[in-house]
Design a protein around this ligand. Structure first.
Ligand SMILES: O=c1ccn([C@@H]2O[C@H](COP(=O)(O)O)[C@@H](O)[C@H]2O)c(=O)[nH]1
Length: 279
């Protein structure tokens, strides 16, 4: 079985390093001429999937925007996950789950067990009950070729107070998270399957990402103010592992599928100029 890290490496080599989020904000639905209801949600999500599912390496549905419509919204999410996978995109579900280990095991089976209707290639996870509490997710991901992206240095300004606080050994909370994920990826080739979330908005922070050997998801581009040029400042020598992520910046080009594709192509070009690499 091919690991998530290997599948991601291959897909990014074929399609270019880009993640596009599906975040059906009420304001975007209105801008697209859609109602803020399940039908509007479904039209929005399917349009993005049909425009980008066969072009972009990773698509990241934001679970919150589906959950807000209850079970019918989750049914739309299940359906587009299948459609995206059929189109060859890797699906990273942004759910930011985290809990005590026994509960994390249930979250892991919801998203990382192939028999689940919400089965995806990777999920986001929160380490604030301790990175070790996420072990059931790491284990199930490894067993089935999935991935987990753990929050390290998030793109929102409020994150710094917690994430950059120093522990007894002098490391920041974020550096502890980074180092624990690096251990999980040690020796993986071409890339480990356990990733980190590091916002493109955070500037130079002095954190050491050099040993991570896994993907670095970089949200915060576009609508939150970061530009592709900021990636160089934030990631330095770790740029080759960066997966830039845009949601509203690209989604606001819709609903015309060609305009969505053009916006994704433009974003990919700007990132490629900084990251290098193919396609
Ligand atoms: O640190 C983080 C972690 C996750 N996100 C999520 O990414 C998208 C960003 O959307 P934009 O429209 O491109 O701002 C959204 O789903 C967030 O929940 C993040 O922004 N920062």
């Amino acid at each position: 079985m091919e690991s998530f890290g290997a599948r991601l490496h291959r897909t990014v080599t074929e399609r270019g390093p880009l993640c596009v989020g599906i975040d059906p904000h009420p304001g975007l639905l209105a801008r697209w001429g859609l109602d803020d209801d399940v039908d509007g949600l479904e039209r929005f999500a399917r349009t993005v999937v049909e425009a980008l599912g066969d072009q972009v390496a990773v698509i990241k549905p934001q679970s919150a925007f589906f959950e807000r419509y209850g079970s019918r919204g989750v049914a739309v999410l299940e359906s587009i996950i299948r459609q995206l996978r059929d189109q060859g995109a890797l699906v990273l579900l942004d759910v930011k789950r985290g809990d005590i280990g026994s509960t994390v095991r249930a979250y892991a089976s919801a998203y990382l067990d192939p028999s689940s209707s919400l089965y995806v290639d990777a999920v986001t996870a929160s380490p604030y009950l301790g990175v070790g509490s996420l072990a059931p997710m790491f284990e199930l991901a490894a067993e089935h070729g999935g991935g987990v992206f753990v929050l390290a240095l998030t793109s929102n300004p409020e994150g710094a107070a917690v994430q950059r606080a120093h522990g007894a050994d002098g490391r920041t909370v974020a550096q502890t998270v980074i180092d624990e994920i690096a251990q999980l990826n040690a020796g993986a080739d071409p890339l480990g399957s356990m990733g980190l979330v590091v916002g493109a908005t955070i500037g130079e922070t002095g954190h050491d990402l050099s040993a991570v050997n896994g993907p670095l998801l970089a949200p915060g581009l576009g609508a939150q103010g970061a530009t592709a040029a900021d990636l160089r400042v934030v990631f330095g020598s770790s740029l080759p592992s960066v997966l830039p992520s845009y949601s509203r910046e690209i989604l606001s080009a819709g609903p015309d599928p060609q305009a969505l594709r053009a916006a994704a192509h433009r974003a990919a070009g700007e990132c490629r100029a900084v990251l290098g690499g193919s396609s």
